[in-house]
Design a protein around this ligand. Structure first.
Ligand SMILES: [Zn+2]
Length: 299
């Protein structure tokens, strides 16, 4: 696909990074999903950008806000600036997104730092409370062009087998009410997916997905992507999932690439051999990422 031509129809592409809204519109037209990769640092983000460029496939770099508020390994502004600068090095569209903010104040900090795409996760509240907080955020940030992803149903944790708890799944009628009343731009849903490492192979509720897709009018988002078999993912992408979040699997690859480097360099007596580690790790990550982009995305 000629992205420049395609995007110019929707909106100007001549900006430092691409808006999530545009990326999801294209994914929707192509019946596929943009992969949003959780990136902890520069090496991960750079690997995504260059894998996207190599495969000519758009991608989103996503901050998990706990890396700011709990691990303190990055600052919001620094992260946003890093992604914009990296995105500017390549021709393929790269998005920037803040994952799982839980309060208006947290969203405001992300927006003030330069994120034009955020998630407000009110899924731990009642439907009415979730609608209220999401609606408030949409009304505050749409005016400054910020894209809002909400969550309905609750995407829990794989380690407590939440993916099997149907009472946490998204109800199609509630999803419609949520979209209608909040004006949200994208919707994260619970259909047998959960965050982290699954205990056994998950099975997505595709019939539920089809119903949600049928009665809502926004791109749907699948969290907890690590460990869901590719054949299920491709069916989900053809039925309304246009953004796919990948964290655990990518983080594991990162860790094992570092382990590989330590093994690879163990006989090297150079005391500053760590200097070459980012380049080594990036090449390993890029190989993995190019494979995921080629297998899963159909732009
Ligand atoms: Zn999530």
């Amino acid at each position: 696909m000629d992205y420049c031509k395609k995007l110019s129809i929707i909106e100007s592409v001549f900006k430092m990074y691409e808006k999530t809204n545009n990326l999801l519109k294209i994914a929707r037209e192509c019946n596929t999903a943009v992969i949003a990769f959780i990136c902890m640092d520069y090496v991960m983000a750079r690997s995504v950008v260059y894998a996207a460029e190599k495969t000519n496939t758009p991608a989103i770099i996503m901050l998990y806000p706990e890396h700011v508020s709990v691990q303190h390994t990055t600052g919001l502004f620094n992260y946003a600036t890093m992604v914009k600068e990296l995105a500017n090095e390549v021709s393929v569209p790269i998005g920037l997104h803040a994952d799982h903010d839980y309060t208006y104040e947290a969203v405001k900090r992300s927006v003030d730092a330069g994120f034009e795409s955020i998630m407000i996760d009110g899924s731990m509240y009642s439907l009415e409370e979730n609608i209220a907080i999401t609606k408030k955020i949409v009304s505050k940030v749409h005016g400054v062009g910020v894209f809002v992803e909400g969550e309905i149903g609750h995407i829990g944790l794989a380690e407590t087998s939440d993916n099997y708890k149907e009472d946490l799944y998204t109800k199609p009628e509630a999803a419609k009410k949520f979209c209608d009343e909040t004006g949200v731009d994208a919707l994260a849903i619970s259909i047998g997916n959960a965050h982290g490492e699954y205990k056994s192979i998950p099975r997505l509720d595709i019939e539920r997905l089809k119903k949600i897709h049928e009665i809502t009018d926004v791109p749907l988002v699948l969290h907890g992507g690590s460990g869901i078999p590719d054949d299920q993912l491709l069916v989900a992408f053809a039925n309304g999932i246009n953004k796919f979040n990948l964290g655990t699997e990518f983080l594991k690859k990162y860790y094992s690439a570092i382990e590989d480097y330590i093994q690879y360099s163990k006989n090297d007596s150079n005391p500053v051999k760590v200097i070459e580690m980012p380049q080594y790790v990036q090449s390993k990550l890029q190989t993995y990422l190019e494979g995921r982009l080629r297998t899963l995305c159909r732009f």
